[in-house]
Design a protein around this ligand. Structure first.
Ligand code: GL7
Length: 831
């Protein structure tokens, strides 16, 4: 046998044994971990013990690659991407790591031979819910792709002790339960008690002269808290590269504790400890910032300060002098939450490392890049100058100084345009003076990007128009993507197998454009049948899951019409509801009509303080209760709210959807990523021309996408002309009767007031123009129903949707960042 030929199976087996990947090695590893780490033997092990043993066995196999990666990156002095994000939503690690290690089958067989239920073991893992939604999940997808593309990187964030709340539904209302995800231990993280940095708060600054007689600034803080690193390995798919997710936990600074102990103030020391630890205690559960929350600002500075100090440490450990910091590192700011990093790097370079302003600024503005994720004005972060000054007095001085230099440039460039200067300033002066974090992020970064083509265009023409006039080359677009490992291979193994068989290889998992190979089979009736079977099987699984958790029984033959995302008025779950009420009224008026059965499925959390979003959840459940129990409807339409939508539960949803609801008001959803996850799993989209929907439609073909509603341009025109929702209400008899039915008390046991805040808002203000798009939406939904009747045609559209989703892999997004923004290279680690 020549060397070029593939080795014989025996060699594969020997190789797998050597690397610990053989079935025998996995079984032995599992039993050892059960014994030596969990202290259990098979007969008395709890499901959680079994999960822990499986997780450690998997982690053991990642560690060798991790150490190799770290060594290699160090000797190469590799340029490293530091992804700073207040949120990471990785989802359960075990199944994903098995996929990326390429040992799903071996592990399943090993478990089987040990008499274990492997699915149950995988289901045991808690969701690490360290994020709210799209933004945090994007960070996790990017970490997966960075490793898969072999790009050295570190994800920096906060190790929240309590992540996003668990949602339960009680009497139709959302009830929040705290998420104690660390309760049973976290086998994936490695604490690094020696990687610890002091984080300073409060106090004052003073001037002094250094030994060369130069005037310097010293910050005398009022409080010092330590950040301790906790590392989670992030393994790439089918490669040796393992990158680092480094999350910081807040602890009382030892020096401070000792001080208190020394003066005998035991209780004071305990108090300081408790207060310190609150900083990483809990994730703010809002997808937009809550004004003025001091703890939130403390959190942001906490992780940013630790991360920058860590990078400086790494710079000294590898390359040496700080002058090449911007060559060694690129820092990507995931939204404005970490944008204090700009001021913190300036401070450290000047106050701790003796640099003058110009040198420090030269490094700083070359190292940072910033991604904007929203145009919603209420989501743009600002901090009151007084709070900022109280917490970060030195940083306020630095922000002022950045602003002074910057506004001087603006004045020279736009002579006499003081209005523009006022708009571009880092400080808003109208009313209470506030620091504009988005302006800080743009000024401090060499590249700014939006997250979908339309969004990036709007960033340039609306939100940052003044900045784009000034620095046109600074602005980019990188359309979001999602990882096919998590959202296809892990979530939908049946479909993944079918795709691999049809395409003759599983190369699509690392090169999603290869899904195009499916197109050649889009008319193949054999494939149609199997495609349909795969979808039905996923629908049966979801139906069983939902029956168990909600008691509602869905018919797997019905259209599974799914809207799963945060509950927000701009996403317009209430538009979906109006269509459901329309279907209901039609069926009541002519019970014998030939309607295509539908299961309407919702999922999503509402921010705990967002009254209208919570009322929408209540209305969904109230409508569900009436419709599901109406004997005349007889299950023809069903409505169900999936409680606690998160990464883990979403994995049941994406494979089972026929129709994906992406119905936000055009111009409001920056990108969306759920739209991609559904379409990759063969759902067709009903959607507006918003966010990445625009590009999804371009890719899959307009004939395979259900489009409705106003464009972003039409929306702004209507708003300029003056929008009067009550005219729609008055003129459209069906719309009126749908809204009136809500007001009648039918869905609220006769209470005609319960949903009034919602219906009044629609009829009188309707900021997200639900009523303006109602007619078009209903008409489009009728098309959907007609299209679903033709099974062959629908299946063909479904296949083509999957075949043409290549663009929406996060691998493509990361490649674009690497090439156009970061200028980073792959550093492969040999297996
Ligand atoms: C978001 C956007 O709303 C969403 O459209 C986008 O897909 C996501 C990732 O870029 O970022 N912005 C934001 O603040 N949240 C998002 O999900 C919470």
């Amino acid at each position: 046998m020549s060397m070029a030929q593939s080795p014989e199976p025996l060699d594969v087996d020997r190789e797998r044994t050597r690397t610990g990947m053989s079935k025998t090695a996995l079984k032995q590893g599992f039993l050892d971990n059960l014994f030596y780490i969990q202290g259990r033997f098979r007969e008395v092990a709890t499901p959680h013990d079994l999960y822990m043993a499986a997780a450690y066995t998997t982690r053991d196999r990642i560690l060798e690659r991790w150490i190799k990666s770290a060594q290699r990156y160090k000797t190469n002095q590799s340029r490293t991407v530091c992804y700073l994000s207040a949120e990471f939503l990785p989802g359960p690690h075990l199944a994903n790591n098995l996929v990326n290690l390429g040992i799903v089958e071996t592990a399943t067989e090993a478990a089987h031979e040990l008499g274990l239920d492997f699915d149950a073991i995988i289901a045991e893992e808690a969701e690490p819910g360290l994020g709210n939604g799209g933004l945090g999940r994007l960070a996790a997808c990017f970490m997966d792709s960075l490793s898969t593309l072999q790009i050295p990187s570190i994800g920096y964030g906060i190790r929240y002790e309590f992540g996003i709340f668990d949602q339960t539904i009680e009497d139709g209302w959302q009830v929040e339960k705290s998420d104690n995800w660390l309760r049973n231990g976290n086998p994936w993280e490695i604490p690094r008690p020696k990687i610890r940095f002091p984080v300073l708060y409060g106090g004052y600054t003073e001037q002094y002269r250094d030994h060369d007689g130069r005037s310097r600034t010293r910050w005398v803080p009022a409080q010092i808290i330590d950040g301790v690193a906790y590392d989670t390995p992030i393994l790439g798919y089918g490669v040796g590269n393992v990158n680092l997710l480094r999350l910081w936990k807040a602890e009382a600074s030892e020096s401070f504790d000792f001080q208190a102990f020394n003066v005998g103030d035991y209780y004071g020391a305990v108090h300081a400890k408790i207060e310190a630890e609150t900083i990483s205690k809990v994730l703010y559960p809002n997808d937009e910032p809550e004004a003025g929350k001091e703890l939130r600002l403390k959190q942001q500075f906490f992780f940013v300060s630790c991360s920058i100090q860590d990078m400086i440490r790494l710079q000294f450990n590898t390359v040496g002098p700080l002058d090449s910091f911007a060559e060694k590192f690129v820092i990507q700011l995931n939204d404005t939450h970490p944008s204090l990093a700009i001021a913190e790097l300036m401070r450290l370079l000047m106050d701790e490392h003796d640099m003058d302003w110009d040198r420090a600024w030269d490094i700083t503005h070359r190292v940072f890049c910033y991604t904007n994720h929203t145009l919603l004005p209420e989501a743009l972060e600002t901090w009151s100058v007084s709070l900022f000054e109280r917490l970060l007095p030195r940083h306020l001085e630095i922000v002022y100084e950045i602003n002074r230099h910057f506004l001087d440039e603006v004045r020279v460039h736009f002579l006499g345009d003081e209005d523009r200067v006022r708009r571009m300033s880092l400080i808003a002066e109208d009313g209470e003076r506030r620091v504009r974090m988005a302006n800080l992020a743009v000024v401090g970064s060499r590249a700014v990007n939006g997250v979908a083509a339309l969004h990036s265009e709007l960033v340039k023409t609306t939100l940052f128009k003044d900045f784009h006039d000034f620095w046109p080359d600074r602005f980019h677009n990188v359309t979001n993507g999602v990882t096919p490992r998590r959202f296809m291979v892990v979530a939908n193994p049946r479909l993944s197998r079918l795709i691999s068989e049809t395409c003759g290889s599983d190369d699509w998992i690392r090169d999603l454009d290869r899904l195009r190979d499916l197109e050649a089979h889009a008319m193949d009736s054999g494939l149609h049948e199997r495609w349909h079977e795969v979808k039905i099987a996923a629908k049966r699984d979801l139906a069983a899951w939902l029956k168990h958790r909600t008691g509602v029984l869905l018919d797997p033959e019905a259209i599974f019409d799914v809207q799963a995302k945060r509950i927000h008025e701009y996403k317009r779950q209430h538009l979906n509801l109006l269509h459901i009420i329309r279907c209901y009224q039609r069926l009541k008026q002519s019970p014998n009509q030939d309607m295509v059965p539908r299961a309407f499925i919702f999922g999503g959390k509402a921010a705990p303080g967002y009254f209208m979003a919570k009322l929408i959840i209540k209305l969904i459940n109230a409508v569900a209760e009436v419709i599901n129990n109406d004997p005349q409807i007889n299950g023809f339409i069903r409505v169900v709210f999936m409680p606690d939508f998160n990464v883990k539960n979403g994995q049941h949803l994406y494979p089972a959807a026929n129709l994906s609801e992406q119905i936000s008001l055009a111009g409001k959803e920056a990108s969306g990523t759920g739209n991609m996850k559904f379409s990759m799993n063969g759902a067709l989209t009903i959607g507006t021309l918003d966010g990445a929907n625009v590009e999804i439609r371009e890719e899959v073909g307009k004939e395979n996408f259900f489009l409705f509603g106003m464009s972003a341009e039409e929306v702004s025109q209507r708003q300029r002309e003056g929008y009067h929702p009550w005219e729609h209400y008055a003129k459209d008899a069906e719309l009126k009767s749908d809204i009136d039915l809500i007001n009648s008390g039918l869905f609220s046991h006769g209470d005609t007031q319960l949903f009034r805040p919602l219906t009044d808002r629609l009829v009188n203000q309707d900021p997200f123009m639900v009523l303006a798009d109602y007619r078009a939406y209903i008409a489009c939904q009728d098309h959907v129903a007609e299209a679903y009747r033709d099974h062959r045609h629908w299946t063909r559209m479904s296949i083509l949707n999957v075949a043409r989703m290549g663009k929406f892999s996060s691998d493509r997004a990361i490649r674009e960042y690497a090439e156009h923004i970061w200028r980073t290279e792959p550093h492969p680690i040999d297996l």
